[in-house]
Design a protein around this ligand. Structure first.
Ligand SMILES: *Cc1c(COP(=O)(O)O)cnc(C)c1O
Length: 398
């Protein structure tokens, strides 16, 4: 196989343990790019099952695969989830949904924020829009009449306190009226989003959102004269608020191995590993500085390892100047000076055996994304979804 001709491909490596397929992965990585994001699909499935074990058997799972599955690359993840029997997928935009449909993902799929002009494509590709106000309802109605569909599935979003998207209590009478007089559409689910499900200090607010959700969804059900799926929980709500599971839960971050609850976190497996390598090693006397603006000030004669990853790959500049670390040969090594666009420099003085070409771990089991998020003063969601598309994704499955 001539792996040097690969470019912009996703690679799925499958095989039984005894074939030591990770060696193949390693060889491919060496040829392709020094920086790769490895996604372990078995770990993803384990995490799905961990959450499923917290649900009643009849509670459905909607897997959130928006933003390229939180940066994990969407087709491969969606394909795995489809195989494992989740009930629904959700994406943010219509084109994300179309891309999955083109790759033979045929699960029911909710589109959370369809562009105004994209409703005809929604129908063409059998996607199901989230309807969150009268404008999106009107757009969908026009497309549905045009396509001459009947009872086309839609999802109604209620605003119960997040104040991002959704219908308010005062919208209910007009919403019911519109839906009843337009048989082109049928409500398959009604949902809302919690603004602080992971925070114990916000449990009272969560309860308030729940009460509002129950009331409005019941009003809708009575007004429409038929039932639908109700859902409220995101990942962290699944463990923390079992009384709010309703008919379905929307599982996002937890699938990718991260949950705010320590008890759940212990049961999850790490899904992604971001790795890079050392391009050059040099000795720099303490009188010198390292990197842009001479920000890397040295306290000793230092051995610098320059690695092939920078802010254009999704490594925040906030990790520079000693805030963040990477792992080289099992040891934490700090970032020296400013993070550059395509590289950054590490102080590897304490790893005398280090060599050019050595693998460096940016995050993974030994250095969780949550730790990186803390150093960069952000949340794991932002780190994961910020890994840029030029970083090769490699999928591992046994
Ligand atoms: C992203 C998203 C989720 C999933 O949230 P996690 O915290 O990642 O589980 C659920 N519902 C909505 C509406 C979302 O946008």
């Amino acid at each position: 196989m001539d792996s040097s001709t690969f470019s912009n491909e996703s690679i799925l490596i499958k095989g039984a343990r005894k074939f030591e397929f990770e060696k193949i992965a390693k060889r491919l990585e060496e040829r392709i790019h020094q920086t790769v994001l490895e996604i372990n699909l078995n770990a993803l499935v384990h995490n799905l099952k961990t959450y499923q074990s917290l649900l009643k058997p009849r509670t459905k799972v909607m897997a959130m695969v928006k933003a390229l599955s939180y940066g994990s690359g969407s087709f491969e993840v969606a394909n795995k989830l489809q195989f494992e029997g989740v009930s629904y997928l959700a994406v943010a935009y219509t084109d994300e949904g179309i891309a999955l449909r083109k790759n033979k993902i045929d699960l029911p799929m909710m589109v959370m924020n369809a562009d105004d002009h994209s409703f005809p494509s929604i129908i063409e590709w059998k996607l199901e829009p989230e309807i969150y106000n009268f404008r999106t309802l009107e757009n969908m109605l026009i497309a549905a009449k045009e396509a001459e569909v009947l009872a086309y599935p839609i999802h109604i979003k209620l605003d119960t306190g997040m104040h991002r998207l959704g219908f308010d209590a005062s919208d209910m009478p007009a919403l019911i009226e519109q839906l009843k007089s337009n048989p082109e559409l049928r409500v398959v689910s009604v949902f809302s989003h919690l603004s602080g499900s992971e925070e114990p200090e916000l449990d009272a607010f969560t309860a308030q959102q729940d009460a509002q959700f129950r009331q409005l969804s019941q009003q809708l059900e009575e007004g429409l004269g038929y039932g639908f799926i109700r859902h409220l929980c995101n990942s962290s709500a699944i463990a923390r608020h079992p009384e709010l599971h309703f008919d379905m839960v929307r599982l996002g971050l937890g699938l990718y191995g991260i949950d705010g609850s320590a008890t759940i976190q212990k049961q999850l497996l790490n899904v992604s590993r971001l790795k890079t390598s050392i391009a050059q090693i040099k000795k720099v006397p303490f009188t010198e500085t390292v990197g842009y603006n001479r920000k890397g000030i040295l306290s000793r004669d230092t051995i610098i390892g320059t690695v092939c990853i920078g802010y254009a790959d999704g490594i925040s500049r906030r990790l520079g100047n000693g805030k963040g670390y990477m792992i080289l040969r099992g040891q934490a090594v700090p970032i020296v000076g400013n993070v550059c666009m395509d590289m950054c420099m590490l102080d590897i003085t304490d790893i005398p055996d280090a060599q050019e070409g050595d693998e460096v771990l940016v995050f993974g089991k030994e250095l969780p994304v949550t730790q990186l998020a803390k150093w960069a003063d952000t949340i794991p969601y932002e780190i994961l979804t910020g890994i840029s598309q030029r970083v090769k994704r490699i999928y591992i499955e046994e």
